[in-house]
Structure formats: structure tokens, C-alpha cells
Ligand binder design. Structure first.
Ligand code: ADP
Ligand code: ZN
Length: 433
């Protein structure tokens, strides 16, 4: 079937794509070396000259750049063009430490819009769609990114921003939104609101493009059911541009990385060594087309694996499997590695919704971990088990998933704060001491 809009570059044979990457990388390294003092010094220190980079096979020679480097260089240290050539900034949410500010030229914005447009098309979007964007607008990249992509596809764009669920539902029903763009946690929240108000037959949504935070397959399934849509994953980060660095196609089996703009590597987070395809490690990106803020070998701290296996959609770009979170999302509790996504899987498999919170604390020298999860309204109305029985069952499920005893508290519906943007799943009180 002919796609509504799909640049040939997305289906280019891999060898050609890699030749293009090599050509762009060589130019970019020279550009960055000439224009960013920080890189110039870092490459000199490492004894690398721009001419040493002849293609993607030499990428591993370049030094990494980390979030700490970005913080040290705040605000202008990594700018590669005169400030007067920049037209926009965006910023990370900066929950820990200094915010990171990224700069964009008009060309950088255009390429970002292009990536988001490709994501919308991959989710089945055409100019006939009504694209309801309730990612936050402002410094956060979610809203502006999908907004730009939606314009580019030619959809009618509803720049809703996040929050005010009543208004979201009103516009969604009155204007017949067909594509929903927001965080998966807000999508779950909207799904709940739609069903509570009996609006499922009144909405026209067919697809959702959800990202900016980790979410499990179980959560995808719940959202698809509650809104009657197909839910697609989208990934990105402010440092590299924003959402659209990679996105899912109709296969919903990993996100295609936009390799004409970004080169991805997977490294061993401890040694920095590049790992072979298929191994799980830290994702590293090199921007080969961006001008204002072109990071080379940026360590994302996101852990995932890549695959070049052929995808039935025809896209040749490498796929990244759902990241299970950042290396810093992993908690060490009672000496064991715990990922919030593992807990989510256990809860959703036992029929709960993604309304849960994890509280980690320390009593004396011992870690404590408690998971609070809401009863669904059906569970509260037609109890088939007592709360004590439910808690016991979850404790057993978590024990077999994590290998440790987790305290579980099943709470009444609507006790846990709903998220409008990125959900805060973990409260780690140990950091307060
Ligand atoms: P902040 O660092 O303030 O959260 P961003 O808004 O740029 O800044 O967030 C980017 C991060 O969000 C990524 O590095 C990744 O950890 C997470 N993220 C984005 N999209 C996804 C996704 N689809 N799945 C999992 N994690 C994601
Ligand atoms: Zn595909």
C-alpha cells in the first residue's frame, strides 16, 4: 500500500544509508571541531584529529559526552553557531541538578518537525486526521515537537497542552480527535476518564503516540483497550532534539531510529566499549545533521538493545527495543536491582491499572520498599477477594519477579495522584538522609 507520505530515505538500503551517515559524520566532526571549543579541546586531549574520522567505522574513536558535560557547559558552551542564528531553546525538566538548555536553528526545528511527521505517518496519520496534542507545551519538547510534526503532515492540530482533563474530553468529542499525543501515563488517565463518563462511543480516536517516559507492554494493552486505539511508542530526548528520534511503525515491535539524522550505538555502561548488535547496553547518539547543538557520542543513560532485523513495514532504519528506563531509574533495594517497569508488569498482569507508587526508605541499615496500588473501580464494586488476599497475591508476584519481599498496600480507587505529564512512580526517601 502506498504510504500517504514517506521519504525514500526511510526505506533506503542499509549500505546506502550507512554511506550517507559516513559522509554526514565526516562533515559534522570537522564542523564541530572548528566551532565548539569544548570539543576541540576534548578531541585534542584524546589525540584525535577530525581527519581521523573517515566514516562511521571510526566513530568509536571520538570521546563521549555526558550530561555532566552539558551542565558544566551551560548555557552556551556547546553552541556551534552564532547565537543570532538560533531561533528557539527547549529544556529538560531538570529534576536533578542544573537544567540542560538545547538550542535550535530554523533548520534544526525543520528536521525535528520532519522526524515527528514521520512518527505520525507511521501511526497511520494523514492530512485528514485531527491530531490532539496534550503533551506539555513550553520548555518541554513533547508539545512543540508533535505540534510541528502534525503541521507538517497537514493534520488539523489541537495544541491542547497537558492538564484540564474536562477540556481535553470536550475538544476530543466535539472536534473528533483521531490521533492522541501525550505521555502514556496521561493517556491511561484519559482512558479512565473517558470510560467513567461513558464517552467511549463518542470519541473517534484511532491511534495514540505516547512517549517521554518508560511504559510496559501491559500498559500499552490497557490503554489500547480503554481508548479503543492502537498505541504507538515514540522516543526522544531534549539533548538530541526531542520526540521523534525514534518511533514505532505498524509492527509495534521496536522504534525505528531516524538514522539519516542520528547515529546510534550501544555501549557497555561500565567500560564504554561498543557492544555488538542485539546486546543490551547504554544508548549513545551522534547528531549528524543538527547545527546549533550537535552532540557527538552523547551518553543517554537509557538502556536498551538495537536490532537490524528486517521490518515488515519496509523501513530499513535500525530499531531500538523499548528502553526499560534510564540507568538512574534502577533502584538498588536490599542489594537487588529493581526497575519500576518490573513492578508495573506484575501489577498490570494481576488486573490493576497503572495507578501505583513505589516508596523506598531506610530504617536503620535496612532498606524498605512499599508498593501502593489502587483497586480498580470494578474490583472495589465486585470484590472477589479481600484486600488482604490481594496484597498477599501481589507480594508473591513481586517476590518471584524481584527476589525480595516488598510491602504492598492496596488502596481505594482515586487515592494515587494522576499524572498529566511524566508520572512520578518512585519516591526514594533514602536520598533525603
Ligand atoms: P528529562 O531528562 O528532563 O526527563 P527529556 O524530557 O528530554 O528530559 O526526557 C528524555 C528522556 O525521557 C529519555 O532520555 C528517556 O529516558 C525518557 N524517554 C523518552 N521517551 C521514552 C520512551 N518512549 N520510552 C522510555 N523512555 C523514554
Ligand atoms: Zn517497521
Amino acid at each position: 500500500m502506498k504510504k500517504y507520505y514517506q521519504p525514500e530515505i526511510e526505506t533506503m538500503p542499509v549500505e546506502e544509508l550507512q554511506a550517507l551517515q559516513s559522509e554526514r559524520l565526516v562533515k559534522q566532526v570537522q564542523f564541530v571541531y572548528d566551532n565548539v571549543k569544548f570539543y576541540h579541546e576534548k578531541m585534542d586531549e584524546a589525540g584525535i584529529k577530525p581527519e581521523d574520522i573517515k566514516g562511521i567505522e571510526d566513530l568509536h574513536k571520538l570521546p563521549f559526552i555526558t550530561k555532566d558535560d552539558l551542565r558544566d557547559q551551560y548555557p552556551y558552551g556547546l553552541l556551534a553557531v552564532p547565537l543570532e542564528d538560533c531561533v528557539r531553546i527547549q529544556s529538560t525538566s531538570g529534576t536533578t541538578g542544573r537544567r540542560v538548555v538545547a538550542f535550535y536553528t530554523q533548520e534544526d526545528i525543520d528536521l525535528w518537525d520532519e522526524c515527528c511527521a514521520r512518527a505520525i505517518v507511521a501511526a497511520g496519520g494523514t492530512k485528514e486526521d485531527v491530531c490532539h496534542v496534550c503533551y506539555g507545551y513550553g520548555l518541554f519538547t513533547g508539545g512543540p515537537g508533535l505540534n510541528g510534526g502534525s503541521h507538517k503532515v497537514g493534520c488539523l492540530t489541537l495544541p491542547m497542552s497537558s492538564g484540564n482533563t474536562e477540556r481535553q474530553l470536550q475538544f476530543m468529542t466535539d472536534l473528533g480527535s483521531t490521533i492522541l499525543c501525550c505521555t502514556p501515563s496521561y493517556a491511561a488517565n484519559l482512558g479512565e476518564a473517558v470510560n467513567e463518563r461513558g464517552l467511549k462511543d463518542k470519541i473517534k480516536l484511532k491511534a495514540g503516540i505516547f512517549g517521554a517516559e518508560p511504559w510496559t507492554e501491559e500498559m500499552r494493552h490497557n490503554i489500547e483497550e480503554s481508548l479503543g486505539i492502537k498505541a504507538y511508542d515514540i522516543y526522544g530526548l531534549t539533548e538530541i532534539s526531542g520526540p521523534g528520534v525514534s518511533f514505532e511503525c505498524e509492527e509495534q515491535a521496536g522504534m525505528h531510529i531516524q538514522e539519516d539524522h542520528f547515529i546510534a550505538e550501544i555501549i557497555d555502561p561500565n567500560t564504554g566499549e561498543v557492544l555488538p548488535e542485539g546486546e543490551v547496553g547504554e544508548l549513545v547518539f551522534t547528531c549528524i545533521t543538527k547545527k546549533a547543538f550537535p552532540l557527538l557520542r552523547y551518553r543517554t543513560r537509557d538502556l536498551c538493545r538495537l536490532t537490524r532485523e528486517k521490518c515488515s513495514c519496509g523501513r530499513t532504519h535500525v530499531r531500538m527495543m523499548k528502553p526499560k528506563g534510564r540507568s538512574d531509574d534502577m533502584m538498588i533495594v536490599k542489594g537487588v536491582n529493581v526497575w519500576p517497569s518490573q513492578i508495573e508488569t506484575v501489577l498490570l498482569n494481576q488486573g490493576y491499572q497503572a495507578n501505583y507508587q513505589i516508596v523506598v526508605d531506610r530504617v536503620g541499615n535496612n532498606d524498605t520498599i512499599e508498593v501502593q496500588v489502587e483497586l480498580t473501580p470494578e474490583m472495589a464494586e465486585n470484590p472477589t477477594m479481600t484486600v488482604a488476599e490481594r496484597e498477599k497475591k501481589i507480594v508473591a508476584g513481586l517476590k518471584s519477579m524481584l527476589g525480595i519481599k516488598v510491602d504492598v498496600k492496596v488502596v481505594e480507587p482515586k487515592t494515587i495522584t494522576r499524572s498529566e505529564g511524566k508520572a512520578v512512580r518512585v519516591v526514594d526517601k533514602r536520598h533525603l538522609y
